[in-house]
Design a protein around this ligand. Structure first.
Ligand code: NAD
Ligand code: WQD
Length: 340
């Protein structure tokens, strides 16, 4: 298939582009490098021996996107592009609603003006909100989120669902990722957050490599076995493979409409268990201090992963030790990320 990947130079995008190339697909990327650099794609090309056509522009430039679809003859689109920092979204809601919603609307209008109707969207476990019970099942309603970033995911799921309901030529996969971590086993590509990381494993990696002094553990008084938050960490390579099988499933499923799949392992791992696994993988002690709970955090979040298994034949195969070993290989080989 010929696939257009938006945000393909980013963390999950670059690993998915690599997996698509390895499976023999043709790939083009649109990215404005707002949170990435073309270096990730250059490394993907080196690792795979493949080549990727890069289009550098903002998805909100709808005319350019429409031109691309007029000539591209894409079989499908994977839509990763967007802003993703929860705290920043609370401080700058207009930026988040503007970027994430306008980019997606621009994309679906450009697709509607072409023959391409197959779309995989990066949704998030955040759409289950604070009231759903673990393990989260896709049929749960109503979707809700407690911050502007998460609300853009809920809104986009509704927009894409409405599109598919209005026109049955659309085939849309809504992939609800849990907590993506790890890196390609080569250590050549990985997660490279700008500034101080918001997420747990990049923060731990930067402590291990000496860029940060100590980890703050946000709360040890949750109702969980060791008091720290439980999350469903999923290896980014498992996630990348999930995109490919979702695309293949959509390609074989006329009339499917919009369908949600959780991409998670189905198990919760605590903050202290991640710290221990990372110490084991790296051989480096991670100093930490317990801090107050972070606003908006849940005690636990993990998937019921059975729908993806039953319908896509997909299960996550890599555990927390492999996630930490691969994250460490990337971080130790690239202490300053792609900027080195
Ligand atoms: P990322 O920031 O590494 O990748 C996003 C990419 O999109 C970047 O390369 C960025 O430059 C590009 N981009 C952003 N706005 C753009 C625009 N207007 N036009 C063109 N390009 C633009 O993030 P990621 O972690 O790879 O996440 C990819 C997607 O998955 C996002 O939609 C994110 O919300 C979603 N997601 C991520 C996580 C996570 O924890 N990483 C969890 C659930 C869902
Ligand atoms: C994991 C656990 C923290 C940092 C976020 C978004 C979510 C999704 C994935 C996109 C929690 C604890 C963290 C630290 C800590 N993104 N922690 N010290 O919050 O589950 O999910 O990323 O859709 O929308 O909210 O991930 O990695 O930030 O936190 O103790 O310095 O680690 O409290 O228990 P989270 P995270």
């Amino acid at each position: 298939m010929k696939i257009l990947v938006t945000g393909g130079a980013g963390y999950i995008g670059s690993h998915t582009v690599l997996t698509l190339l390895e499976k023999g697909h043709e790939v083009e990327v649109v990215d404005n490098y707002d949170n990435s650099s073309p270096e990730s794609i250059r490394r993907v090309e080196r690792l795979t021996g493949g080549s990727v056509v890069l289009h550098e522009f903002d998805l909100r430039e709808e005319e350019r996107l429409t031109e691309l679809f007029a000539t591209g003859a894409y079989d499908a689109v994977i839509h990763f592009a967007g802003l993703k920092a929860v705290g920043e979204s609370v401080a700058e809601p207009a930026l988040y609603y503007g970027t994430n919603l306008e980019s997606t609307l621009s994309l679906v209008r450009a697709m509607a003006a072409s023959a391409t109707r197959t779309l995989v969207f990066s949704s998030s476990a955040t759409v289950y909100g604070e009231r759903a019970q673990v393990p989260y099942v896709e049929a749960y309603e109503p979707l809700e989120a407690n911050n502007p970033y998460g609300k853009t995911k809920v809104m986009i799921e509704h927009i894409l669902g409405d599109l598919a309901a209005a026109d049955d030529s659309w085939r849309i996969g809504l992939l609800r990722y849990f907590n993506p971590v790890g890196a390609h086993p080569s250590g050549e590509i990985g997660e490279d957050p700008a500034g101080i990381p918001n997420n747990l494993t990049p923060y731990i990696s930067q402590v291990a490599v000496g860029r940060l002094a100590s980890l703050g553990v946000f709360g040890d008084d949750y109702d969980t076995p060791d008091g720290t938050g439980l999350r469903d960490y999923i290896h980014v390579m498992d996630l990348a493979e999930g995109h490919v099988v979702a695309l293949e499933h959509l390609a074989a499923s006329p009339g499917i409409g919009a369908r949600a799949w959780n991409l998670g392992t189905g198990t919760g791992t605590s903050v202290l268990e991640v710290v221990a696994a990372f110490e084991k993988a790296s051989g480096v002690e991670i100093p930490y201090e317990v801090k107050p709970r972070r606003a908006g955090d849940l005690a636990r979040s993990y998937a019921d992963a059975s729908r993806a298994k039953d319908e896509l034949g997909w299960v996550a195969t890599r555990g927390i030790d492999e996630m930490c070993a691969d994250a460490w290989r990337w971080q130790s080989q690239n202490p300053q990320g792609y900027r080195a």
